[in-house]
Design a protein around this ligand. Structure first.
Ligand code: PMP
Length: 400
């Protein structure tokens, strides 16, 4: 037995893929041509799996703000928020996020992972209970493991199952944290937040929602699934990321609970890591403003989402259960998914290959995400690349 034995299955899969000349998780973006095009592994491709939902990575205002920040504030903060890493810009972004979400308090983190993982591990600890959706993101699972609370999973998107589990808790509900996502990252399906909030109102508990994939997409102001469902008052903590619709890196948590300011002094993923670089904060601040000023970006995103979803469905592929900017093609056989991922790249569409355990079931996924920056013609080219794959209907059984 050696420490390295556990990596053997990975070594074997890698060797298998290398023999086939396919390295899906080692693809290198050699040149970025625009928010929607790049040279990857030598192929000119349409970027169809970037989470760059509003296409703001090349927005001239965001770029100008980032450049100015580099020139005026340097390339990095070189320290944690608790030490030398709190710049006036971090504080301003926190204020702007709190105002945008109409909450009293806000914390900015260096990544979305640090935000979600940190909140999950800090809010509930030994002796507390966490009830979470079974299909939660790795950052949620990592956080709850680290915190040491008792973890209870409920069936994905099943408010009745959540209710059953909360009912069984009895008095323990008073120190229970419920965690769900807004739009789920792999299949793009939305949490039934109206039902989940109703269950929380009935039984109690503290509700945290990760809106990483729904910011800028849903609700009157783009605040996500909770706003769209009209239940923001029932959500105690919202976490999310700057790495998707805001086109940078970083994360946040907003809340009107004054305790968030105390959590700032207890949350290790905030305290023991360097704060986000000035350029990142600068572009994020502009992106947050543009997201509010340009509702047409959201309209464009949804047009593209419908176009891709309908196109792939019409071809006979098994697609995610509902239309969303995340459009996943569900494939039973891993080898088929790998081969198609490779063929799509050669045909000019770069999508995400997702295999178990990263996918929510034993199926593999060719996960696409659309952007407001995609033209209709680019969406059609992605659909054409899928159309050229062999025998879609037989190998890709409909989801049940
Ligand atoms: N939460 C969810 C639901 C996510 O999908 C992700 C990233 N895919 C994160 C958190 C982490 O965000 P980041 O990549 O910005 O660290």
């Amino acid at each position: 037995m050696s420490l390295f034995d556990k990596f053997q299955p990975i070594v074997e899969i890698r060797a298998e893929l290398e023999e086939l000349g396919i390295m899906p998780f080692g693809a290198v973006t050699e040149k970025i041509l625009s928010a929607t095009e790049a040279i990857v592994n030598g192929y000119k491709v349409i970027l169809a799996g970037t989470n760059n939902y509003l296409g703001l990575t090349f927005d001239p205002e965001c770029i100008a703000a980032a450049k100015k920040a580099v020139e005026e504030l340097g390339t990095g903060t070189t320290g944690s928020r608790m030490a030398n890493g709190t710049f006036a810009e971090h504080v301003k972004l926190e204020q702007e996020l709190a105002a945008y979400f109409d909450r009293k308090h806000s914390i900015v983190f260096s990544t979305g992972y640090a935000a979600t993982m940190g909140m999950g591990s800090t809010l509930a600890g030994a002796g507390d209970v966490i009830v979470l959706d079974a299909d939660s993101h790795a950052s949620i699972y990592d956080g709850v493991r680290l915190g040491g609370a008792e973890v209870i999973r409920f069936r994905h998107n099943d408010a009745a199952d959540l209710e059953k589990r909360l009912r069984r808790l009895g008095e323990r509900i008073s120190n229970t944290l419920i965690i769900v996502e807004g739009i789920y990252s792999m299949l793009g399906d939305q949490a039934p937040l109206a039902d989940i909030a109703a269950v929380k109102r009935k039984y109690g508990g503290i509700l945290l929602v990760d809106e990483a994939h729904s910011l800028g997409m849903l609700g009157k102001h783009g605040r996500g699934v909770a706003e769209a469902a009209g239940v923001e008052d029932d959500v105690d903590f919202v976490v999310g990321t700057f790495s998707k619709s805001l086109g940078a890196t970083g994360g946040y948590c907003v809340s009107s609970h004054p305790e968030l300011e105390a959590i700032r002094f207890a949350i290790r993923s905030y305290i023991f890591t360097a704060s986000p670089s000035p350029s990142v904060i600068a572009s994020t601040r502009v992106a947050l403003r543009l997201m509010q000023e340009r509702p047409e970006l959201r309209d464009r995103l949804w047009e593209n989402a419908h176009r891709l979803y309908d196109g792939l469905k019409q071809l006979g592929f098994a697609v995610s259960p509902e239309v969303s900017p995340v459009v996943a093609v569900i494939i039973k056989h891993r080898d088929q998914a790998i081969a198609w991922w490779n063929e799509l790249m050669q045909r000019g569409a770069y999508v995400n290959l997702v295999m178990p355990p990263a996918s929510p079931t034993t199926d593999s996924l060719l996960r696409c995400s659309v952007s407001a920056a995609h033209s209709s013609e680019q969406i059609d080219r992605i659909i054409e690349a899928f159309a050229a794959l062999q025998a879609p209907a037989s190998a890709s059984d409909p989801i049940t």
